[in-house]
Design a protein around this ligand. Sequence first.
Ligand SMILES: [Zn+2]
Length: 218
Amino acid sequence: MDWRDLSLGAELGRALPVPLLVDNDLRSSTTAELLFGMGSDHDDFLVLGIGVVLERRVQRGANGFSGEFGHLPVDPAGPRCNCGNGGCLQALVGQTALLERARRAGVGLGSRDGLAELIDAAEGGERAVLTILEEAGELLGRSVAGVVNVLAIKAIKVIGESHVLWPFLGPAFTAAAVAETIEPLRDLEITVSPWRDTEHARGAACLLLARSEAITRP
Ligand SMILES: [Zn+2]
């Protein structure tokens, strides 16, 4: 929306007669995972691509910017990212980047919903598309292994609108992530869950529930 320097929570708080919590949609889903998903088996896990849970706490970091995997600097010669830097992970393997690469490789994608056509091409076994997705999966896996090694994580959950590409990204992702993970962490658990728009609402509700210590620390 091109909003900058806007204190959204404070502004909404003035306009609405109820207490208010503001967070990123996927990070809110990480809270839902802590309460009702991954948190039942794990104290430390990642939710791709934004959530970091350590010792049963969803990490927020300075200004709430924790977990921005997409801006891992990967290739100094890579395409410009929407953050202004060059060669961030998401500028290489994000949905827009994948569609752009496919178009440059001569894959016929319509302008309206290129993603559906990309998936069709992959399902049809189109070699150029499969290679693009495999390379993206491998790069993503290598990058995430770096995060796993830094934070000592044993479990990753893949959620979000891009999970539809996972059948094509997943095998290369898993192989690279496991190969680049240090030995004590190598029994990494990777799970993928389908995304529904109701997940946004579930995440938002869980932000409130997580205020209760009784729920977050059983
Ligand atoms: Zn970036």
